[in-house]
Each structure stands twice: as structure tokens, then as C-alpha cells.
Design a protein around this ligand. Structure first.
Ligand SMILES: [Zn+2]
Length: 69
């Protein structure tokens, strides 16, 4: 009865493949966006990534239009 053996091996390979895909997908998630310094907006108090902030009158302000006014 070699057929059942083939099925077991195929199932095991599939399991390994899915497991590897799942782990690489997880590993890629944090690598996509490197950790960025967070700054607190002086107007609304939100913590935003440094790339989404501006400096106005020595104050850190986020890109929110209400804070820009
Ligand atoms: Zn703000």
C-alpha cells in the first residue's frame, strides 16, 4: 500500500510549505516599515512618525490640517 505513504508525504510537504509561507509573511511585515521615531504633536497631542511632522515656531506639528492652521 504505497499510495497512502505518498499521500502522507505530500501532506507533510504541503504542511511544511504553508508553515514556511506563514513565517516568512510574518517576518516580512515589520521589515517593510522600519521603526521610525515618533513625535508628539504640540497641537493635538497625537504621536506621529517623524516623517509626518513639521516644525513650526519650534513646535512639532502633525500633518493634520487642523493642526496646521
Ligand atoms: Zn496634531
Amino acid at each position: 500500500m504505497p499510495r497512502i505513504l505518498v499521500l502522507i508525504i505530500l501532506g507533510w510537504l504541503l504542511y511544511k510549505l504553508i508553515k514556511r509561507l506563514a513565517t516568512t509573511a510574518d517576518a516580512n511585515k515589520p521589515a517593510k516599515k522600519p521603526e521610525e521615531r515618533m513625535l508628539q504633536c504640540a497641537r493635538c497631542g497625537c504621536h506621529v512618525p517623524i516623517s509626518e511632522t513639521q516644525k513650526k515656531n519650534n513646535q512639532v506639528i502633525c500633518n493634520n490640517p487642523e493642526c496646521q492652521a
